[in-house]
Each structure stands twice: as structure tokens, then as C-alpha cells.
Write a protein that binds this ligand. Structure first.
Ligand code: ADP
Length: 496
């Protein structure tokens, strides 16, 4: 199959979270299975052309929106056999941020991502890719999150009425339903679409525009990044206002748990670690990495349990529960290391964590910022990894943790519920500890059980860690799921 993956983030070129990781990994895994895949994403100012060996394809064309014509150049970098295409336009390359800067979200994001979607739809027709020829119309468009959700809409509204892409289906993947691309209804004019697309069956949403909702209603197939999240979002409490829309399309929705990049996240080859290890020597390997991290952070090198946490400091991630529970952790004599950063709106989390570090200098380290290196070192050094998310479409860090022999303590939601099986007290089974209710007491209860097991049943604890290391968290399983979805989508348009 020929697949065009459209995303606002493609790691390692651009990434603010799991979206980037996934859109970097799926194309490579599909290519390994013999498909022809390209990605289309913006060339942000933060993407270093030289470092990534990005070259100019020479392709130039203009796309139209309500505000006029936008001329773009198409750049390209090849990685793992995947041509990654980049949209070069001053709206992207003139700014370092993906979605905003220190002053907040960019005001023209609707236009920026409308241009991304319009360009992506032109790529198979205009950009020479195979022996100098473009991909052609027999493609599957795989759009990701709201930034690319206009792709299915534009296919239906602009191309198919002209007989173009008649058999090219679109698949829309929801990585995070909390962000829907909602803009004032008056901005509809800037999309340059006929008025009938600003209706409740497409873009209109309580008088506003809602790009994700329109994509959910028009794409041939939908996916989200775990089976449990696929079910949760069809309920009122988990649907972010879109549950009714999703229920209408329940027969189009498939939940596919994310995998991880086995080359980047492999304790046997990880360049960030003091000592590399695998499942045969993980106890000694982790102990050495723990001592190294303790030394680096100026924590006493005691043999106390080390609890790690990495992620965006966002209400989604249950940061309140963590902040509330740090004094309790310190009382238990536990060490707690957190790496994360907050959007300006949530800067209070950074202050609170820094304050906790001051109060508990022997027990707490809050590393505020974004650092791949520190993320890898925490995964390798910690005994337990804490992820008390309010909701979690898939979650990657619990998968990295298991790969690194670090036992996850997670709230039982979305992809966390699908990937971490609870340790069974009676039988030797399970890879982590789970709790249900989104509150601090429930989280501390799970942590208590985990810490108790670490102290009093070390063998059982280590066997859980070992099972985590042996678990299949590769993309190859996940990608077979995407293949099925692409096939179903193609059938719906009379293809394949
Ligand atoms: P989300 O996509 O909701 O942010 P995921 O767990 O799916 O959550 O993916 C988060 C990704 O971003 C992981 O690869 C994680 O390691 C990384 N990450 C998040 N915050 C940081 C940080 N401060 N430093 C380094 N990596 C981070």
C-alpha cells in the first residue's frame, strides 16, 4: 500500500509528546513490512536542516485558503527507508515553537494547519518520489489529531467532487481527544469551503469550528491509540464532549496500542546510561544506574526505593496527585525524581515541585525541563515509575519503564490499563501496580503495595520487572493493526 501520514509532529524532527513518537515510528514499521510510506509535516524553525540532512525536492506549488494563496516548498529527509517531507513556509519555519511560544498559542494555528492539510493532499499528485514520479492517487491518507483532521474533510469537499482521489480513503487517528482544534465560527471563511460544510454534520460545533469533530465524521476509518481509550471516549465522562459523535461512528473505530522504538529505548544499547544491561543482568545494571543518578542529582546513595516520573506537567498526567503525595513519599523514606515541564498555563506545577524539592532535599528532585538524556537515565535508574494519569490515550512511558525493568504504578485508564497487568498477590503474574479512582489516597495505596513488595518480597518484585522486560511492546504488532484498518478504509472506497 501507499500511505501518506500527515502530522504536526514527526520524531525525531519535531516532537512535543507521544504524537511525534508515533508518527515517527509507524512509517518506519510499515516500510519494513513492504509498504511505501511518506510523512508530511511542517518544517518548524527548530528543525535543523543540516543536522537532519534535509534537502530540497525542488517541488514548489501554491495552495488556496480563504486568506489567499500560500506558496510552499517541499523539503525531504530519508530515514529508515521513509521519505519524510516537510512543508516549508514562513508560518512554520519563521518560528521555533510548534504551536505557540512564551506569549501563548499562535493566533494563526487554524491557517497554519489548514495549509498543512492542503499541502499534504497535493503531495501525491505533485512531489516526485519514486523514480522521479509522484505517488499518484492510489494512496491512503493517514491523518493524525486535529492538526490534520481537515484532510478527510477536504477530500470529501474539494477533491472527490472533481473526481480526484475517488478511491483514496482517509484514516484519522486520535492521539489526544482533549485537543480538538476549536476556533470561532467566523473563521470558517478562512477555510475556503462551500457553506454546506459549516453544518452540524461537519465542521460546525455550537457555533464554532471543530476540526477534529469534522474529521471524525468524514474519515473512512478512525483509530485511537489503545482499545480501552477507544471504549472510554464513547462514554459521557470520557468523551470530551464528542462521545455522541464517536458513538455514531463506533463501527469505524479501532483501538491500537502504541509500540515503542526498540532502537531508541533499549537498555542494552542506550548511550545515556552509565551501565547498559539486558534481562539477564538487569538487577546489577539498574543498581549501577541508580547510584549514578543519585550521585548526579546529589541524592544520598541509600538503598531506598527510587520512584521516577517523566512527562508533561499537565492536569491530564495527574500532577496534583503527585504533588499532594510527595510529603507522604518522603515520610516513607523514598526518593522521588521527576522530569517534566509545564505549558505557561500550568507553571504553578513547576513552582510547587521546586518548593517540594527545597522542603525535602534528601528525598525529592524536580528536574524542570525537557531532556531525552535524563528521561532515559530515570527509566534505567528507578525501581518504580509513577503514572497517575486522569486519562491516557496510550502512554509511552509505562512501556519504556517495563522495557527498562522499572515496575510501573499506574492509574487504570486508557492505554495504561491495556499495557500494565496488575501483580497478582496469589500467583506469579502481572507487570505492575494499578489503582482505579483518580485520587491521591488510591494512588498512595497502590504505591504502598508496590513499596511493600519491593521491601518484603523482592523476588516477586524482580520477577514482575523481568516479565515487563520480556513483554512484546514492539511496533510490529501495532502496525499489523494499522494495515487492517487501511485495508478496510480502502474497501469502503471500492479500492483493493
Ligand atoms: P503525551 O503524548 O501525552 O505527552 P506519552 O507518554 O504518550 O504522553 O509520551 C510522552 C513522550 O514525551 C515520551 O516519549 C516521554 O518520554 C516524552 N517526554 C515528555 N516530557 C518529557 C521531558 N520533560 N523530557 C524528556 N522527555 C519527555
Amino acid at each position: 500500500m501507499r500511505v501518506v501520514v500527515v502530522s504536526s509532529e514527526v520524531a525525531p524532527f519535531s516532537k512535543s509528546g507521544g504524537l511525534g513518537d508515533v508518527c515517527g515510528a509507524i512509517p518506519a514499521a510499515l516500510t519494513r513490512r513492504g509498504h511505501q510510506v511518506v510523512t508530511v509535516s511542517p518544517r518548524y524553525g527548530s528543525i535543523d536542516l543540516q543536522a537532519h540532512r534535509i534537502t530540497d525536492t525542488g517541488a514548489r506549488f501554491g495552495v488556496h485558503t480563504g486568506s489567499g494563496r500560500h506558496d510552499v516548498a517541499i523539503l525531504r529527509a530519508d530515514r529508515d527507508g521513509v521519505p519524510h517531507l516537510f512543508v516549508e513556509h514562513p508560518m512554520f519555519s519563521g518560528r521555533r515553537g510548534l504551536y505557540g511560544d512564551e506569549r501563548g498559542t499562535f493566533k494563526d494555528n487554524l491557517l497554519r494547519f489548514a495549509v498543512l492539510s492542503r499541502v499534504a493532499l497535493e503531495v501525491p499528485r505533485r512531489v516526485p518520489l519514486i523514480d522521479g514520479a509522484p505517488l499518484g492517487e492510489q494512496v491512503v491518507f493517514h491523518a493524525n489529531d486535529w492538526h490534520a483532521a481537515l484532510v478527510p474533510v477536504l477530500l470529501e469537499a474539494v477533491y472527490r467532487p472533481l473526481g480526484i482521489y475517488a478511491q483514496a480513503p482517509s484514516v484519522l487517528t486520535v492521539h489526544n481527544l482533549a485537543h480538538q482544534g476549536v476556533f470561532p465560527g467566523n473563521d470558517f471563511a478562512s477555510l475556503d469551503l462551500a457553506p454546506r460544510w459549516f453544518t452540524p454534520t461537519c465542521l460546525e460545533w455550537y457555533g464554532n469550528l471543530n476540526l477534529l469533530k469534522a474529521g471524525l465524521l468524514t474519515a473512512e476509518e478512525l483509530t485511537t491509540v489503545s482499545p480501552t481509550f477507544a471504549r472510554e471516549i464513547m462514554t459521557e465522562s470520557g468523551g470530551f464532549g464528542l462521545d455522541a459523535i464517536l458513538r455514531i461512528r463506533h463501527d469505524r473505530m479501532t483501538g491500537i496500542l502504541n509500540g515503542i522504538d526498540p532502537t531508541e529505548w533499549n537498555p542494552a544499547t542506550d548511550p545515556h546510561l552509565d551501565r547498559r544491561y539486558d534481562v539477564t543482568d538487569f538487577v546489577a545494571g539498574k543498581a549501577q544506574n541508580k547510584r549514578a543518578l543519585q550521585a548526579e542529582l546529589g541524592l544520598p546513595r541509600d538503598d531506598v526505593p527510587l520512584v521516577g516520573s517523566v512527562g508533561r506537567l499537565d492536569p491530564q498526567k495527574g500532577v496534583e496527585l503527585i504533588i499532594e503525595s510527595v510529603p507522604w513519599l518522603a515520610e516513607q523514606g523514598v526518593q522521588f525524581v521527576l522530569l517534566g515541564s509545564a505549558a505557561p498555563a500550568h507553571a504553578r506545577y513547576e513552582h510547587a515541585l521546586r518548593e517540594l524539592e527545597r522542603r525535602y532535599p534528601n528525598n525529592v528532585r524536580a528536574w524542570i525541563g525537557f531532556s531525552e538524556r535524563v528521561a532515559h537515565r530515570i527509566e534505567a535508574a528507578a525501581d518504580l515509575f509513577l503514572m497517575p494519569s486522569k486519562f491516557e490515550p496510550s502512554g509511552l512511558n509505562q512501556l519504556y519503564s517495563m522495557r527498562y525493568g522499572t515496575v510501573p504504578v499506574v492509574r487504570s485508564t486508557g492505554g495504561l490499563a491495556d499495557s500494565v497487568t496488575p501483580l497478582d498477590p496469589q500467583q506469579d503474574h502481572g507487570t505492575g501496580f494499578r489503582f482505579e479512582a483518580f485520587d491521591g489516597a488510591a494512588m498512595r495505596d497502590a504505591l504502598y503495595r508496590a513499596l511493600w513488595t519491593w521491601k518484603h518480597q523482592k523476588d516477586r518484585f524482580l520477577r514482575a520487572a523481568e516479565r515487563g522486560m520480556r513483554k512484546d511492546v514492539s511496533w510490529d504488532t501495532a502496525v499489523a493493526g494499522y494495515e487492517h484498518v487501511y485495508q478496510r478504509a480502502s474497501h469502503r472506497r471500492g479500492g483493493l
